[in-house]
Design a protein around this ligand. Structure first.
Ligand code: KDG
Ligand code: MG
Length: 402
């Protein structure tokens, strides 16, 4: 069996997605997500110019060999563009293998460890009142775990506050927007938000919060401590993690569980964090960390250190990624939680899928492969539109972490 043909599809049903399709000489095909928010065309070109020509004629069943060929064989290792491109190939090959075997990918990985994967939804509002109401709506929808983000008085914009109720989307069309950020204001206001949410709804639901890389380690340590009475499931991206050692300081001051890793592209980005047990949840995800083949290595390493998975699942990860994540989450023994942000209806139509939300969990039938497809006719209706994530600046104009 050989790879006969492979190509990418760029579509923008509300936001940009890049999808790789690999077709075999026997007509079986697989798809993989290759979306890197704000840098979509870089991955597209990497695949078209440098990866696809090397795939033609290879045996698609040799997933591991193709992974090693693309990783070691490129000489230039790691990095988000490379690892997203490798992930797209890897997902498509697991999809093909599942279809050949007549089994879902979670069965190929080792079978189900659970019936469904617990997901967290996103309650947010421009102020505390709106955010608290949004939490109530998520509880009514059946969510067991809810991330809570609120606007900060005195700031025009804050991370995680959407324009609509259900479809949070941080990237905007055109060139990047610039936003003003003020950490002391945020630190003053956030523990109060969680006190009000617990006062309103009690302690029966898991609550999560994303600091989105804005704090220094000592600021994050203070926030973690201030949030302790409200028993968070996790505090995410408390500080940037290029320097993994930075988490030691946060860890030594607070028992609030810590999650990090949505921008990691390989095990090497989190090796120290995991082996020193500086975090509780690793958020590396299939599409940006080298596919199922590499995320499985990260998860197995994490399991040795009692770190559980909490994969990224924002709207910029296409339904192909979500289908792969649900398969992975059904299997992975050290599963923690899966992020779930609803895609728009147009996106769901372009990517028909088998996973579905049932009472706080994502479920999936026993369908061969990843259980997701790409409707190329519908995809062609939505051409690429340049879009970027915002850029943050402090009040004096200094560029900060968005
Ligand atoms: O592309 C960036 C988004 O995926 C990111 O800002 C979302 O932080 C995020 C999250 O936790 O979902
Ligand atoms: Mg995040």
């Amino acid at each position: 069996m050989q790879i006969k043909h492979a190509y990418t599809v760029v579509t923008s049903p509300g936001r940009n997605f890049v999808t790789l399709k690999i077709v075999t000489d026997e007509g079986v095909y697989g798809i993989g997500d290759a979306t890197l928010n704000g840098r979509e065309l870089a991955v597209n070109a990497y695949l078209e110019e440098h990866v696809i020509p090397c795939l033609i004629g290879r045996d698609p069943r040799n997933i591991e060999d193709i992974w090693q060929y693309l990783y070691r064989g490129a000489y230039w290792r790691r990095g988000p563009v490379t690892m997203t491109a490798i992930a797209a190939v890897d997902m498509a090959l697991w999809d093909i293998k599942g279809k050949l075997a007549g089994m879902p990918v979670h069965q190929l990985l080792g079978g189900r460890s659970r019936d469904g994967v617990m997901v967290y939804g996103h309650a947010n509002g421009r102020d505390h009142g709106e955010a608290i109401e949004a939490v109530g709506r998520y509880i009514e929808m059946g969510y067991k775990a809810i991330r809570v983000q609120s606007g900060v008085p005195g700031l025009d914009k804050a991370y995680g506050v959407g324009k609509g109720d259900l479809y949070y989307e941080p990237a905007d069309k055109g060139l990047p927007d610039e936003e003003v950020w003020d950490t002391p204001l945020y630190l003053r206001h956030t523990p109060e938000l969680f006190r009000k949410v617990r006062d309103a709804y009690g302690y029966d639901h898991h609550l999560l919060h994303d600091g989105h890389h804005r704090m220094t380690p000592i600021e994050a340590a203070r926030l973690g401590r201030d949030l302790e009475p409200f028993r968070l499931f996790w505090l995410e991206d408390a500080t940037p993690a290029e320097n993994q050692e930075a988490f030691r300081l946060i860890r030594s001051h607070t028992t609030t569980p810590l999650a990090v890793g949505e921008i990691f592209s390989s095990l090497w980005d989190c090796k120290d964090l995991i082996q020193n047990q500086l975090i509780d949840y690793i958020r590396a995800t299939i599409v940006h960390a080298g596919g199922i083949t590499h995320l499985r290595r990260i998860a197995d390493f994490a399991a040795l250190h009692q770190v559980r998975t909490g994969c990224h699942g924002a709207t910029d990860l296409s339904p192909v990624s979500m289908a792969a994540a649900v398969n992975f989450g059904l299997w992975v023994p050290n599963f923690g939680i899966q992020e779930y942000m609803r895609h728009t209806e147009a996106t769901d139509e372009v990517f028909p899928h088998n996973y579905r939300f049932v009472n706080g969990f994502m479920e999936m039938d026993e369908v061969p492969g990843l259980g997701v497809d790409l409707d190329e006719t519908k995809a062609a209706r939505y051409p690429y539109q340049r879009a970027y994530l915002p850029v943050a600046r402090l009040r004096d104009g200094t560029v900060w972490n968005w």
